[in-house]
Design a protein around this ligand. Structure first.
Ligand code: NAD
Length: 472
């Protein structure tokens, strides 16, 4: 049973309610979880508030040292944690291991950043005055995470929040509470009582209560744009960062290495069964290479082995639940009604298990179609043809999202036009859009969100500047 963690103790939900977490590959229950409610959330926020003063007045290098201890424990559990991610959210073991590695790299990076928590000294206009800035924590941080990267996204929030001296209340996704609970469990006795609190439960109760609470000072949310918009509206004057959805394009120009662009596009579109904010969801291919690219793309997509993420040789796992399968299939059906053509896939695969959907490539699309504009969050790739780079960039930018983009070319002019003109928070040249490194900021523009995780910018999300004047 996964319990709540409040004020230094594992505890049951005050309502007595529980819910289950399921393996999406076979529908089996993998564990039960206490269903936190408003009363529990209130206690967690109060305990975080009470613990804040003593925690934030510790030295940041001490807090970094505690993170290091946490990191050492997590490293030892890497394989078990990867397996749990696969069992709970369905991605392949290789993908889960990559996710845990990302989480560990981030914590490792932040341990070092603890020694570089710089302010600056500025010249004063007054005589005999020293003027400088220093960084300080916000207070209580409410951390709301999605299910698709239950390990890494938890740490992208929790590690910098704790490092900067905030106390935290973590609300994991109800689709992946066991992974989050396991990860939190390795840290609970490292941090003082009340510093780290964990409340699984519904977004509409636990999440909403955290977001609207006056004693919570900063909200860090990763999830869908629709919930992100709600959070922005109900957070009041708290600091809010939002990491939201994407509709990420890959542009393939004639000078690209077509073979590796095809391979990358298949990985980018169908990795984690397309359930990634940075999934390649649109590929825009120059007409000179379009036919060759399309043939190879469809062939490679059809060749993917779909199955349980625990089985060796599986290329693509299931979707998270039946609701998501229905959503994805609804998008495909609407697209076909609007004139799209299915080049492969376009159907669920009940013979493999309950939540499997075939890797799907569509063409004959217009940019104003629903499928070309909205995040599908499943293994569906939209294929477009363009006649020049101007047109490719126009198609790429013609969506409400702007998380990540990529361009494949060996022409320097084209590469720099791509990096300068693609409207997204991240641009990648000659690789799929989904690049993430701990020491660099990650985040989007437009409806893909506000704020950044990772890098120095990720520390800025959890600390503010105080200005100090000392007259002598
Ligand atoms: P979701 O928006 O359904 O849920 C995210 C979290 O918000 C969950 O913990 C949920 O319980 C909580 N929540 C739901 N309603 C809430 C409310 N009213 N108030 C407060 N919290 C609430 O998203 P999901 O299905 O878990 O994740 C998929 C989405 O996340 C996709 O859109 C994907 O693109 C996005 N995502 C973005 C990034 C990024 O870094 N930009 C990374 C991963 C996933």
């Amino acid at each position: 049973m996964q319990n709540l963690f409040i004020n230094g103790k594992w505890t049951e939900a005050s309502s007595g309610e529980t819910f289950n977490s399921y393996n999406p590959a076979n529908g089996e229950v993998i564990g039960s979880v206490q269903m936190g409610g408003i009363e529990d959330t209130e206690k967690a926020i109060r305990s975080a508030r009470d613990a804040f003063h003593d925690w934030t007045t510790t030295n940041i290098t001490y807090r970094a040292e505690l993170l290091r201890q946490y990191l050492y424990r997590l490293r030892k559990e890497r394989n078990a944690l990867s397996e749990l991610v696969t069992r709970e959210v369905g991605k392949t073991l290789e993908e889960s291991d990559g996710e845990i590695e990302d989480a560990l790299n981030l914590v490792d990076y932040l341990v070092g950043e603890g020694k570089r928590y710089f302010g600056y000294v500025a010249p004063s206009t007054r005589k005999n005055r020293l003027a400088y800035t220093q960084r300080c924590a916000y207070g209580v941080a409410g951390l709301l995470t999605p299910w698709n990267f239950p390990g890494s996204i938890l740490f992208w929030k929790m590690a910098p929040a704790l490092l900067c001296g905030n106390t935290v209340v973590v609300k994991p996704s109800s689709e992946a509470p066991l992974t989050a609970g396991a990860l939190v469990s390795y840290g609970v006795d490292i941090f003082p009582k009340g510093v780290l609190n964990f409340i699984p439960g519904k977004g509409s109760t636990v999440g909403d209560h955290i977001v609207g609470h006056d004693a919570v000072d900063v909200i860090s949310f990763t999830g869908s744009t629709s919930i992100g918009r709600k959070i922005r509206n109900s957070a009041g004057i708290k600091e809010v960062s939002l990491e939201l959805g994407g509709k990420n394009p890959a542009l393939i120009m004639p000078s690209a290495n077509v073979q590796s662009a095809v391979k990358d596009t298949v990985n980018g579109a169908f990795g984690v069964a397309g359930q990634r904010c940075t999934a390649t969801s649109r590929v825009i291919v120059h007409e000179d290479i379009f036919d060759d690219f399309k043939t190879a793309l469809v062939e490679d997509s059809k060749a993917l082995k779909v199955g349980s993420g625990l089985d060796s040789g599986t290329d693509m796992g299931p979707l998270i639940n039946q609701k998501q399968v229905d959503i994805v299939h609804g998008y495909v059906k609407n697209a076909v009604k609007d004139g799209a053509r299915i080049l492969c896939g376009g159907k669920s695969l009940p013979e493999i298990g309950p939540n499997f959907y075939a890797p799907t490539v569509l063409d004959n699309l217009r940019t104003d179609m629903q499928i070309a504009q909205e995040e599908v969050f499943g293994p569906v790739l939209c294929l477009f043809k363009c006649s020049c780079l101007d047109e490719a960039i126009e198609i790429a930018n013609d969506v409400p999202y702007g998380l990540s983009s990529s361009i494949y070319t060996s022409d320097l002019q084209e590469a720099f036009r791509g990096t300068n003109e693609l409207a997204s928070g991240i641009v990648v040249v000659n690789n799929p859009p989904g690049a993430v490194e701990a020491q660099l900021p990650f985040g989007g523009v437009k409806e893909s969100g506000i704020g950044r995780e990772g890098g120095i910018e990720g520390i800025d999300e959890f600390s503010r500047t105080k200005t100090v004047y000392i007259d002598y």
